[in-house]
Write a protein that binds this ligand. Sequence first.
Ligand SMILES: Nc1ncnc2c1ncn2[C@@H]1O[C@H](COP(=O)(O)OP(=O)(O)OP(=O)(O)O)[C@@H](O)[C@H]1O
Ligand SMILES: Cc1ncc(COP(=O)(O)O)c(N)n1
Length: 290
Amino acid sequence: MSIYKALTIAGSDSGGGAGIQADLKTFQELGVYGMSVITAVTAQNTLGVQGVYPMSSEAVEQQLASISADLRPDALKTGMLFSSDIIQIVASAIKSYKWERVVVDPVMIAKGGASLLQQEAIDAMIEHLLPLADVVTPNIPEAEALSGISITDSESRQQAARRIHAYGCQHVMIKGGHEADTVYATDLLYDGKSFTEFSSRRLHTPHTHGTGCTFAAAVTSGLAQGLPASESLRLAKNFIQAAIAEPLNIGSGHGPTNHWAYQRGQRQENSTIASNTIIVSHDVYAGGTR
Ligand SMILES: Nc1ncnc2c1ncn2[C@@H]1O[C@H](COP(=O)(O)OP(=O)(O)OP(=O)(O)O)[C@@H](O)[C@H]1O
Ligand SMILES: Cc1ncc(COP(=O)(O)O)c(N)n1
């Protein structure tokens, strides 16, 4: 049996719902061996972020070197990178170790408002990291910050995706979790040629802490197992839909998603989870929908 290995380069969330912890839970559920490089430790729970403690450059470099010396990842993702120094260290490791299948989740601000990336680091991300990415997964505010385009409708979302793609990545998925009250949670994929929408029923719950991390980790799990990017994104959309649909109801604030739910739904054919994960995916043309 082949063991596929996935690496997450991200921040630790002491509350376990986002960051490294969400990534490793997702890797495990999707059958890949998980490894981690910790860029920062956050003191965090479902109520918010109480502290951010970045790791030293040396600590990040050494973790990357240790993995490279022994355990080549089949795919990797980046999450909270905090500073332009850490971004440059990570980008140069990816290049010099010739790591492939890179997912960049450009984490900037936690749902509660805490900053997880210094403002000046956005340029470093565009210059050094995005050209190495197979898949970039910004939410709407992150796509606006990366593209400089204000996203107000589907046309401006497409423009932002084109602009981000022009930085050199292969696929851009602008996630729709932050859209106002829509019936569907729709993510828009651009591969440099065409647009595809991935839609699922929007679920009304406060328990969406770590959705972006979990989504990107599921994409990485698919890539690690050799799935193409579009299939990995479809898998991720199903995984996150199940994880939001069956909240754990823990903590007194914005609780984590349920990393067990997808596999449980796969085992129970007629479960509510399975019926929640209906995906509508269709090609989109500028100015209209086929
Ligand atoms: N209420 C919801 N119902 C259904 N799907 C959702 C909901 N909220 C988010 N999603 C889905 O979850 C995934 C992550 O999207 P989101 O825009 O929340 O990412 P994010 O803001 O980066 O997450 P985070 O804030 O955790 O970093 C996307 O596939 C999105 O469509
Ligand atoms: C370490 C870490 N990484 C990422 C997030 C983003 O997740 P969210 O926006 O759901 O708070 C987070 N809160 N903490």
